[in-house]
Design a protein around this ligand. Structure first.
Ligand SMILES: NC(=O)c1ccc[n+]([C@@H]2O[C@H](COP(=O)([O-])OP(=O)(O)OC[C@H]3O[C@@H](n4cnc5c(N)ncnc54)[C@H](OP(=O)(O)O)[C@@H]3O)[C@@H](O)[C@H]2O)c1
Length: 269
């Protein structure tokens, strides 16, 4: 018989994992608990399985609990599972945070963290390409072993991460995803400050960004770097800083920090 899985926090990540485990017949999805009943019902619909609830006291015993709530709620939800007697000696519990370790769950055994290195801005898109997902996993071997096996059966790749490396690992992920968004937004609003419409700004930025992005992974950061710092055009960079300072002093600071980081990167090459 398949192990049963209940989900505490079926939002973007919880819904995608729940649906995948259900579709691939890895686990039987049991209960789905969000803060509101409407949200739990919507999650059941996305996953196409599970019973919606909004109360820990209504959770039925399950073999595995996935806690996919925001990071600052993980500890409280784990405590509620303990307080309501849901954790038996053989129960597995995992969370999905990239920044926190399994220790956040406050359990004595069978705890893991399992982090998908994907951006879940569009959950349906992640679900459609789930097999491309790489998960990092850490925690008790009694939990990481079966969970890694389940993920591999769903076609994902699983890599082990050392618990004490998680903060740096997650900082890297934030550079690779979140701050890329910040940078692109800076580019778009700077185009607009130069009198270019929002639509044209996106059409100008997209091929530049896509080409650079592809070059980073095709050629490596060293060969992907072009522009005034790569060429040594010092005055051009100073002119940019002057223009930015007059229009948006905060962006001027960001520009200067990035210029410094880019020079440091160039000197490492
Ligand atoms: N988003 C990403 O790209 C991404 C990528 C990798 C890992 N993660 C990690 O995955 C976890 C979940 O992130 P997410 O982006 O999926 O979050 P999310 O979309 O905001 O979903 C969070 C879910 O948790 C529920 N929830 C919040 N507090 C709760 C509580 N106290 N009790 C029960 N349910 C609660 C919410 O219910 P309501 O709908 O009722 O409010 C919601 O369904 C986090 O640890 C995050 O670090 C996220």
């Amino acid at each position: 018989m398949k192990p049963t899985l209940s989900i505490i926090g079926a939002g973007r990540v919880g819904c995608v994992l729940g649906r995948q485990f259900h579709q691939d017949r890895i686990f039987t999805v049991c209960d789905i608990l969000n803060r509101t009943m409407d949200s739990s019902l919507a999650a059941c619909q996305f996953i196409a399985a599970g019973t919606a609830t909004d109360a820990f006291a209504q959770l039925r015993p399950a073999d595995i609990y996935m806690i996919a709530v925001p990071d600052d709620q993980i500890r409280a939800c784990s405590m509620k599972l303990i307080d309501t007697g849901r954790i038996q000696p053989s129960t597995l519990v995992f969370h999905c945070s990239g920044a926190l370790t399994a220790a956040e769950l406050g359990l004595n055994a069978n705890a893991a963290s399992l982090h998908p290195m994907r951006s879940f801005a569009d959950p349906a898109q992640v679900a459609a390409t789930f097999q491309k997902t790489i998960f990092s996993i850490e925690g008790d071997a009694t939990a990481t072993g079966p969970l890694a096996e389940a993920l591999k059966r769903s076609g994902a790749e699983v890599v082990a991460i050392q618990s004490d490396h998680k903060p740096l690992y997650h900082a890297a992920a934030v550079f690779a995803s979140n701050y890329l968004v910040t940078l692109m937004d800076a580019a778009l609003i700077t185009f607009e400050a130069a009198g270019i419409s929002g639509d044209l700004a996106r059409r100008l930025a997209e091929p530049m960004a896509q080409e650079t992005f592809n070059n980073i992974f095709r050629l490596g950061p060293q060969r992907a770097l072009t522009g005034p710092i790569a060429r040594g055009d010092v005055q051009t960079v100073l002119n940019h800083e002057d223009a930015l300072k007059k229009w948006n002093p905060e962006l001027a600071i960001l520009y200067r920090e990035l210029a410094n980081a880019t020079r440091a990167m160039k000197s490492r090459l």
